[in-house]
Design a protein around this ligand. Structure first.
Ligand SMILES: NC(=O)C1=CN([C@@H]2O[C@H](COP(=O)(O)OP(=O)(O)OC[C@H]3O[C@@H](n4cnc5c(N)ncnc54)[C@H](OP(=O)(O)O)[C@@H]3O)[C@@H](O)[C@H]2O)C=CC1
Ligand SMILES: O=C(O)C(=O)[C@@H](O)[C@H](O)C(=O)CO
Length: 280
């Protein structure tokens, strides 16, 4: 059992989830079934990943073998090109149909696309989808405080989740503090820096060696210690298990501070600043 954390509206999530970007088709479904069999319960997908069918198939297959449907939290996301109200509702209905599930447990706005200016309209559609029971809980990704303040001011409803880019090169201290103050669960996307050079950072390698752990485990334990829910993606059973091993690792306050200090002003992996970046 993975420990849990709870948002302002009662949504309870495990402190570690599983990313599915690029897990598609039969091989993707096998990898996701392995993850569920290994103990992951929070699954992160998106309309734009073109794998909602695969995720839904893995969830349905797992319900027959390893995990009851109500133990899993299946997530998907509304793409930028469908933020207008009617398009958003149709897209959510399409996501549910593609998953082949009765409802999606957590549905997020994928990017605010603030220059387009329709994210409040999209948020109203998500509120309606929740009221209709199409989705269980609602949240956002890549929202800055100014975007969240606007949702609160114009709809009176705050997201339960804000999924943002977060890893040691980009620790997001201010956004994490804002989310915490508002009872919003911060999830970390690309928590392992997409499996690149971040894992070779000397300070991370040093802390890993001191604990007999791997760099990936240290990074995930650092995020969890900060109250953040990372959603690492891993295709193989070995890495899926390795990442779950982060739950056993306790870092000292000094180690956490040392890793946070690796943050860089331009630490985003691909320069995707939600104030200006747009994804449709
Ligand atoms: N809301 C948003 O805007 C975004 C959301 N996301 C979500 O976040 C999830 C995670 O982010 P993602 O971009 O996939 O990147 P991650 O940081 O999770 O890195 C995944 C990569 O790291 C490798 N890896 C996994 N575990 C280890 C390990 N222990 N040691 C070394 N390498 C490892 C994987 O390889 P392999 O699989 O081959 O094992 C894969 O190549 C996505 O899958 C998606 O669900 C991602 C980007 C944006
Ligand atoms: O993977 C996602 O959820 C995204 O939002 C993408 O922007 C992804 O980060 C990407 O880099 C696509 O090129």
């Amino acid at each position: 059992m993975i420990p849990t954390t709870t948002a302002h509206g009662g949504l309870t999530l495990p402190v570690l989830g599983f990313g599915t970007y690029k897990l598609k088709g039969r091989a993707g479904a096998d990898a996701i079934e392995r993850a569920i069999a290994g103990g992951y319960t929070l699954l992160d997908s998106a309309f734009n990943y073109e794998n909602e069918g695969t995720v839904g198939a893995a969830v349905r297959a797992s319900a027959r073998h390893h995990a009851a449907r109500d133990e899993l939290i299946v997530t998907s996301k509304l793409p930028g090109r469908h933020q207008q109200h009617d398009a958003a509702i149709a897209t959510i209905e399409e996501s549910v149909a593609r998953m082949g599930l009765e409802r999606i447990d957590l549905y997020l706005i994928h990017w605010p696309n603030p220059k387009v200016g329709t994210y409040v309209e999209a948020w109203r559609a998500l509120i309606e989808a929740k009221e209709r029971g199409l989705v269980g809980a609602i949240g956002v990704c890549n929202f800055l405080p100014e975007h969240l303040d606007r949702l609160q001011a114009e709809t009176g409803v705050l997201p339960e989740v804000n999924q943002i880019e977060l890893h040691p090169w980009f620790p997001q201290e201010e956004q994490v503090a804002y989310d915490r103050e508002h009872g919003i669960i911060t999830q970390a996307w690309s928590p392992l820096g997409r499996g690149g050079e971040l894992l070779e950072e000397p300070e991370i390698v040093r802390v890993a060696a001191a604990h007999g752990a791997s760099p990936g485990q240290v990074i995930l334990a650092w995020a969890i210690a900060r109250g953040v829910v990372p959603v690492p993606k891993a295709a193989s059973e070995a890495r899926q298990r390795e990442n779950l091993g982060a739950l056993e690792l306790r870092l000292s306050d000094d180690e956490i501070a040392t890793i946070t200090a690796l943050g860089r002003p331009d630490g985003r992996l691909k320069g995707q600043d939600p104030a200006v970046y747009e994804e449709f």
